[in-house]
Design a protein around this ligand. Structure first.
Ligand code: ADE
Length: 420
């Protein structure tokens, strides 16, 4: 078996951590048990480009239990957990191409290795795998062999929808991100908690009493804003969308342009999915000592070149913390090279929330196998029945029962003549 990982000797630690995560992934475990019996993915070749974490390992185990042959590469150069990669190779015989901190060339070589595997399904987080397959650099027979793919994250879905709109998408995609049991939980509670976890692990900062600026108020950023407030920070939100800005105000946050927010901020975290949200003009007036981080998918939200150009000196102060001394002596601290801080400095979203995201991935792969012949080269949502099944299984795992509609209520809801 071909693979490229940091060190197979890390497998034992990885195995224990994967087991620990699995304890908090009851929905995925149940799917895995069914897959083991029914083998719905027999003959399917899945290339996954995902963050290599304990939770992803449990997804890979589930796909394998379903009969799929799989390969895994990283969806970000800094997010790989090397012990997990080792355990997948050693304990699960799943080929992995991922090393934490790999350079850009290695990152893309690893994506190429996943493509060489000749997948029939691609599983992406950020659409780098799909992009490479559409680059014109990959043999046509490999691209033609892909039946369909899934996409995990908002950024990837945006990229793929624009490919579909331009008519260049070569196979159908299921947007796992758009499932309610994904973005309402993973994006909001997962990003909220894990981003703070990353910032705190990197800095050991006290949140209470700090002025914390969150760029964006989408599902991910509002999760962060709420959790930062929960820890006692004074939270300021910046937005470009008037509707979402209004929501932020009515949720009790201060809203202002970034150029004003940077003058007050002690911590700024971007979670917008857009480029250069913090630019030279912002660094020029930023409060001395400000800590700047990103939790969006790509490391484009902070203009690091502008920061470098404005600086006279750069020092690594502690792991994941780079101190920039600006020409007027002010300091700016950049966390995790501007890469998604929740996975760079912490372990990403907790398993309990990835449980639902990856249940969506596993069931979407099964759905693709059942339905791909009827799908066009478009971006599809996850079918509603999958979403509801996952929500019901999660409630069951929490030991929570809910009410059922009575016959009278069903009739009432379906009728337009019953006014009172
Ligand atoms: N994205 C965010 N958190 C993650 C995790 N724990 N595993 C995989 N992908 C993630």
């Amino acid at each position: 078996m071909n693979y490229d990982i940091q060190d197979p000797a890390l497998a034992e630690v990885g195995k224990q951590r994967i087991y620990w995560a699995d304890r908090f992934m009851p929905v995925l475990s149940q799917i895995r048990e069914r897959f083991e019996i029914e083998k719905p993915l027999t003959g399917v070749r899945i290339a996954a480009c995902l963050h290599v974490t304990t939770e992803t390992a449990n997804l890979m185990r589930t796909l394998k239990a379903g009969g799929a042959e799989t390969v895994l590469c990283a969806s970000n150069p800094l997010s790989t957990q090397d012990d997990v990669a080792a355990s997948l190779v050693v304990d699960c015989q799943i080929p992995v191409f991922a090393i934490k901190g790999e350079d850009t060339e290695t990152y893309y070589r690893h994506i190429d290795a996943a493509i060489d595997f000749q997948p029939t399904i691609t599983m992406d987080d950020g659409a780098d795998l799909v992009s490479k397959l559409h680059s014109g650099e990959v043999e046509a027979s490999i691209v033609d062999g892909v039946l369909a793919g899934t996409e995990e994250t908002t950024t990837g879905v945006i990229r793929l929808k624009s490919m579909a709109a331009e008519g260049v998408l070569k196979y159908p995609i299921v947007a796992v991100n758009d499932a309610q049991t994904k973005h309402l939980f993973d994006n909001r509670y997962g990003t909220g908690q894990s981003t703070l976890d990353g910032i705190i692990r990197a800095t050991n900062l006290l949140m209470a009493g700090s002025t914390f600026v969150v760029a964006g108020y989408g599902w991910c950023s509002r999760g962060l804003a709420n959790r930062a407030r929960g820890l006692g920070a004074e939270v300021i939100v910046t937005e470009v969308n008037p509707l979402t800005a209004l929501e932020a105000i009515m949720d009790g946050f201060r809203v202002m342009p970034m150029i004003e927010a940077v003058k007050e901020a002690e911590v700024i975290c971007t979670v917008t999915g857009n480029i250069h949200v913090i630019r030279g003009e912002h660094f020029e007036v930023m409060k001395d000592g400000c800590i700047v981080a990103n939790s969006g998918h790509f490391n484009v939200e902070i203009d690091i070149s502008a920061l470098e150009n404005l600086s006279q000196e750069q020092t690594t102060i502690r792991e994941f913390v780079e101190e920039y001394t600006l020409k007027d002596g002010r300091k700016v601290y950049l966390l995790g090279q501007g890469r998604l801080i929740n996975l760079a400095a912490a372990e990403g979203h907790p398993a309990s929330v990835m449980d639902m995201s990856f249940a969506n991935q596993a069931l979407s792969a099964e759905h693709i196998i059942q339905r791909h012949q009827k799908m066009e080269n478009q971006v599809y949502g996850v079918p509603q029945d999958i979403d509801r099944t996952i929500a019901s299984l999660k409630l069951k795992a929490f030991g929570v029962e809910i009410d059922q509609l009575t016959e009278e209520q069903e009739t009432y809801l379906n009728s337009w003549t019953m006014g009172t």
